[in-house]
Design a protein. Sequence first.
Length: 137
Amino acid sequence: MILDNYLKMADAITVGSSTAAVVTTDYIDTVAASDDYAGCFIVNHCETAILSGTAAATVTFALQHADTTAATAYVDLVTSGAVDDAVTVAGYMSNLRIPTGTKRYLRGTITTSEVTTSGTVSVFIVKDVDVNSQLIP
């Protein structure tokens, strides 16, 4: 897996002192709506474990897209579904394949079902992923 600095959307952002979605610090401007990134992957890499005090806590990773950079314009393009926070240990990777039909702007979000006590995640787009990591079609 080769990392391109221009395709990094977040570098070890802190996840969840609330259940509100944590939005990546950067977004990708594809210049026009296109399928240029179709088949690539958005990788959510847990730098440190995402922990909560609740046994039933889950984490959802998503790729959102929009025609403008307005925060309210973004909608989910693909999501991981609920992942048990016991799985999101340091080194865990959620790899989501980017589908066709993306709009101009792309960003990632991380949402927890419960308030977390710790956790950092890096988010980036890559062409290929580590075959030993989790792949979500």
